[in-house]
Design a protein around this ligand. Structure first.
Ligand SMILES: *Cc1c(COP(=O)(O)O)cnc(C)c1O
Length: 418
C-alpha cells in the first residue's frame, strides 16, 4: 500500500467544478425533469465538439443509445446484426432486446477490434446460410482504439449494409482526424461514471440528419404524437437524459480536452516505463498515421511464461461480487473458474496490485465465450480469447498522477519473480 493509503482506480470521474452551477440552475428554475436547458445545452456542446454537422440526442445510458440506434436502423425480430465479440455486453444485448440475433466477429491483433477479413467472411456466410443480409454492422472502439475504419466501411459499402459505431469507449478518438461515431449511420457515446466524461449515467446517439435526429428523439420520449392528448403510433421508450445529469455533462465539457490529453499522457508514460520490462507489453495504436486513440484505458499483456508472486494460489478461492456489479445482489459464484479465464499469472498480478491499492481488471471476456450467447453465430480466429487470457487494464483516468503511474509500474516489477 502507498504511504498515503490512496487507492488508485481505473477511471474515476473528475469534475471541472462547473457541474454544480448547472445543477443549481436546474433546481433554481425548477427544471428537474428529463428535458430542459441543460439537456439542450449539452447536446449543442457535443455537436460543436463532434463537428461534421452532426446532430446529437442525449439519453439515459449508452445502452439506450445502442438500443435506439438499432431501432432507427430498422432492426426487428428475426434480423441479424454483426457485432464485435471482444466488447462489453452493451454492444450486443440491445440486439437481443429486439428479438434479433447478434452475429459475433472476432478481432484483429493490431487494434483488437473487428477483423475486416472475418467480417466479410461472416457476411458471405450469413447470406449463404439465411438467404438475407445482416441488417447492420456494429464495430466497437475497444478501450478507445479506433477500428480499421477504411476497411470496415469499404466492406459495409460493398454489401450495402449500414454501420452503427459503438464509440462508447472512444469518445474523442479520431481516425484520419475525424471523430469516431461520425462515420456511420449512427454513432454511440457513453457518459457512464467511468467513461471519458460522465453524467453519472448517460449516453448519446450521433445522427446524420435532422429527420433521423427527430426519429431518435421520438423513440426516446415514448413516441408521443403532437396532439393535446397522448397519441401513440409506435412503441417508444423513456430514455431521455435528466436535466440534472445533463448539467453534469455541460460542466464536464470544460474538462474533456484535458481528459483526452491526460489519458494519452498516461498511456505514453506506461509505454516508456514498461519498455525495459521483459514479458510485459503495452497495447498501442498502429503507427500508420490514421489512428488517434483516446486511450480510455491503457492495457498490457502478460507473457504466459512470466512468473508472478502468489501465482500458485490464483483462482484457489471463489471471488465474491462481480466486477462493477450490483453490491449485495450478485449470485454467488458456483466455482472459482469457468470455461475460460485470464491466465494464473494475470490473476496473481491483479491480486498483487489490489493488495498494493491499485485497481486492475481483466480485459472484456469475449461475447462468444459468454454462456448467454452460446447459441449465437460466431466467426472466430482466436484473437479475442487469446487477449482475454493475457490482458489487464491499468488505471488511466484523470485522477491518475505521474507518481501513480510510476508506483503502478514499480509494483508490477516487484510482483515479477522472473
Ligand atoms: C460503456 C459501454 C457502452 C454503454 O454503456 P452504458 O453503461 O449503458 O452507458 C456500450 N458499449 C461499450 C463497448 C461500452 O464500454
Amino acid at each position: 500500500m502507498r504511504s498515503d493509503n490512496k487507492r488508485i482506480y481505473l477511471c474515476l470521474a473528475h469534475m471541472s467544478g462547473k457541474e454544480q452551477d448547472y445543477i443549481k440552475e436546474a433546481f433554481d428554475t425548477n427544471w428537474v425533469v428529463p428535458l430542459g436547458p441543460n439537456v439542450d445545452g449539452f447536446e449543442k456542446d457535443l455537436e460543436s465538439f463532434i463537428g461534421q454537422n452532426k446532430r446529437v440526442v442525449v439519453l439515459a445510458s449508452g445502452t439506450a443509445a445502442v438500443h435506439l440506434s438499432l431501432i432507427a436502423a430498422g432492426v426487428t425480430a428475426g434480423d441479424e446484426v454483426i457485432t464485435q465479440s471482444f466488447t462489453f455486453c452493451a454492444s450486443s444485448h440491445p440486439i437481443t432486446y429486439l428479438g434479433a440475433t447478434p452475429v459475433f466477429v472476432d478481432s484483429e491483433s493490431d487494434t483488437w477490434n473487428m477483423d475486416p477479413d472475418l467480417l466479410e467472411e461472416a457476411i458471405k456466410d450469413r447470406i449463404a446460410k439465411t438467404g438475407k443480409k445482416p441488417k447492420a454492422i456494429l464495430p466497437v472502439a475497444l478501450y478507445g482504439m479506433p477500428y480499421q475504419v477504411d476497411r470496415i466501411f469499404e466492406i459495409a459499402k460493398k454489401y450495402d449494409i449500414q454501420v452503427i459505431e459503438d464509440a462508447a469507449e472512444g469518445f474523442g478518438s479520431r481516425y484520419n482526424g475525424q471523430v469516431l461515431g461520425t462515420f456511420g449511420k449512427y454513432g454511440i457515446l457513453s457518459f457512464n461514471g467511468n467513461k471519458m466524461i460522465t453524467t453519472s449515467g448517460g449516453g448519446a446517439v450521433i445522427a446524420n440528419t435532422d429527420d433521423e435526429w427527430r426519429e431518435i428523439m421520438m423513440y426516446a420520449t415514448q413516441y408521443r404524437e403532437s396532439y393535446p392528448y397522448y397519441q401513440h403510433e409506435k412503441i417508444g421508450y423513456n430514455y431521455r437524459l435528466s436535466n440534472i445529469c445533463a448539467g453534469i455533462g455541460r460542466g464536464q465539457m470544460f474538462v474533456l480536452d484535458e481528459h483526452l490529453a491526460h489519458h494519452k499522457h498516461v498511456q505514453k508514460s506506461y509505454e516508456e516505463l514498461f519498455a525495459d520490462v521483459p514479458g510485459i507489453t503495452v497495447h498501442r495504436q498502429p503507427n500508420t498515421g490514421e489512428y488517434d486513440s483516446n486511450y480510455w484505458l491503457s492495457t498490457i499483456t502478460i507473457d504466459p511464461s512470466l512468473r508472478i508472486k502468489g501465482q500458485e494460489n490464483a483462482y484457489k478461492t471463489i471471488v465474491n461480487g462481480a466486477v462493477g456489479g450490483a453490491a449485495g445482489v450478485i449470485h454467488k459464484a458456483k466455482s472459482a473458474t469457468t470455461d475460460c479465464q485470464p491466465n494464473d499469472n494475470v490473476e496473481a498480478l491483479r491480486q498483487f496490485l489490489d493488495q498494493a491499492g491499485v485497481e486492475a481488471r481483466p480485459v472484456w471476456k469475449p461475447m462468444h465465450k459468454q454462456p448467454v450467447y452460446k447459441q449465437a453465430p460466431a466467426y472466430i480466429n482466436g484473437v479475442s480469447e487469446a487477449k482475454f487470457k493475457i490482458g489487464l487494464c491499468l488505471p488511466t483516468g484523470p485522477c491518475v498522477s505521474d507518481d501513480d503511474v510510476k508506483y503502478i509500474v514499480d509494483t508490477i516489477k516487484d510482483a515479477i519473480v522472473g
